[in-house]
Design a protein around this ligand. Structure first.
Ligand SMILES: *[C@@H]1O[C@H](CO)[C@@H](O)[C@H](O)[C@H]1NC(C)=O
Ligand SMILES: *[C@@H]1O[C@H](CO)[C@@H](O)[C@H](O)[C@H]1NC(C)=O
Ligand SMILES: *[C@@H]1O[C@H](CO)[C@@H](O)[C@H](O)[C@H]1NC(C)=O
Ligand SMILES: *[C@@H]1O[C@H](CO)[C@@H](O)[C@H](O)[C@H]1NC(C)=O
Ligand SMILES: *[C@@H]1O[C@H](CO)[C@@H](O)[C@H](O)[C@H]1NC(C)=O
Length: 386
């Protein structure tokens, strides 16, 4: 008998083969049909990319990358990084055997509907884990919630998707799967469905009883911060310099608001000129998009080359002074330990994916609540009424 993850990977693998067939059949002018539900989802996903007028060359590219991701996913099943945490891959084996399938299905629907959602869900997991550990605290409503901390206000997204995933889980196995684990699985699936690597997620986290707005303000790295400041925040939660660079690679997908980088465009650090570490054509583009008279709410892509595809192009951009945020480009500043890593990832996708997976697993292990600590929330936004 195959375990749940293998089944998922297998069905994933099937639609990757279908994608491959589409690639081929398109070059032979025939049409693909009737591949079953999962495959229709995959088809719809690709058709949507088609209908958005995406350049055909890029489409072929993303298909091949996703195909590759399927192989990585396949191999990834053999690779389980050992850790000291009490979390396990088969935590819900008897209590909620379909947990991975349910989350994957909902994430797929959400991403089909809006590609950007992959980045939003990944960021939710990150912003959860850096504050009081991975305990779902970021999801709690309330005026003193983490949602109102500076790094989250007006930028946290995907909360409705989390509600839908949670409802589907409660429908199948009420009171069993934590919101913290939900975020962990959704983050992994978002990476995989964007063409990135896959890995086995460790599960068994429970949900925290408090939100920590101050913790979010103080603990989450900011786009305006110095490299040492950013590294210190990672070190504070038990991560290291390699994790800083590998996890920054998540900016290979997603968007950012002008307010997060317009400090670089006109009068950088009071110099009267734009940030000299930003490429000049990119400065002009962004000055047009983000005039200082604006409210800073317009958005642009973090990876100007392959916006929705999880690949190593983020690092190639840094080599070309095309990082969007100050905290991106600073990783490639002179004489820093991070520069060599950026260089290595820019030329070796395998290395980037391997370090990214290690870093994601480490991040997912930050101070989990286990045993009888915390609770399993019925609604991710609220503590259970006692
Ligand atoms: C909130 O986070 C701060 C900073 O990390 C920490 O010192 C504090 O103990 C936390 N408060 C609660 C209630 O968890
Ligand atoms: C840039 O900022 C500095 C410091 O805030 C200020 O003194 C200077 O006048 C500004 N220059 C321009 C061109 O706006
Ligand atoms: C950006 O939009 C949000 C609503 O999404 C609004 O509350 C906020 O005031 C806007 N930001 C600025 C600087 O106007
Ligand atoms: C993306 O990068 C590839 C190779 O680095 C290049 O051939 C292509 O023109 C770039 N596309 C865009 C839209 O910049
Ligand atoms: C890329 O990284 C992988 C994993 O560390 C390594 O095995 C491989 O040799 C590297 N490839 C190149 C071309 O350096």
């Amino acid at each position: 008998m195959m375990d749940d993850m293998n089944c998922l990977c297998l069905s994933n693998f099937n639609y990757l083969i279908v994608i491959f067939i589409i690639c081929i059949s398109e070059s032979y002018g025939s049409s693909s049909k009737d591949f079953g539900h999962d495959h229709l989802l995959a088809l719809a996903f690709l058709r949507r990319l088609d209908s958005e007028g995406t350049q055909k060359e890029w489409l072929t590219d993303i298909r091949c990358k996703i195909l590759l991701a399927g192989f990585v996913c396949h191999l990834g099943n053999e690779l389980l990084l050992s850790t000291s945490s009490q979390l396990t891959v088969d935590f819900y084996k008897s209590s909620c055997p379909n947990v991975l399938r349910i989350v994957r299905g909902e994430v797929m629907i959400a991403i089909k509907n809006e590609m950007r959602m992959a980045a939003s869900l990944l960021r939710l997991h990150f912003h959860d884990c850096f504050v009081n550990g991975c305990d779902g605290s970021v999801l709690l409503d309330g005026s003193d919630g983490e949602k109102f901390a500076l790094p989250n206000i007006n930028s946290l997204r995907g909360l409705e998707v989390v509600d839908r995933i949670k409802a589907a889980l409660e429908n199948s196995c009420p009171g069993v799967v934590s919101c913290a684990d939900l975020l962990t699985i959704a983050a992994r699936d978002s990476v995989l469905l964007s063409g990135g690597p896959s890995w086995k997620v460790l599960l068994g986290r429970r949900d925290g009883l408090v939100a920590n707005k101050t913790g979010a303000d103080q603990g989450l790295p900011s786009p305006f911060e110095s490299l040492d400041g950013i590294i210190n925040k990672f070190v504070d939660v038990g991560l290291g310099v390699t994790d800083v660079v590998a996890l920054s690679g998540a900016h290979t997908i997603g968007l950012a608001r002008c307010a997060m980088f317009n400090n670089r465009l006109f009068n950088f650090s009071g110099s009267g000129s734009p940030d000299p570490t930003m490429e000049s054509a990119m400065v002009s583009d962004l000055q047009a998009l983000c005039p200082l008279t604006d409210d800073g709410n317009k958005t642009t892509v973090l990876d100007r080359n392959s916006t929705d595809l999880f690949d190593n192009h983020y690092f190639k951009n840094l080599l070309n002074r095309k990082g969007l945020l100050g905290s991106d480009q600073i990783l490639f500043s002179d004489s820093t330990t991070t520069k060599a890593l950026v260089q290595a990832y820019s030329s070796n996708t395998t290395l980037f994916f391997a370090d990214f997976v290690k870093a994601m697993i480490k991040m997912g292990n930050i101070s989990p609540l286990t045993g009888s600590a915390g609770q399993i929330r019925n609604n991710c936004r609220l503590l259970n009424s006692s």
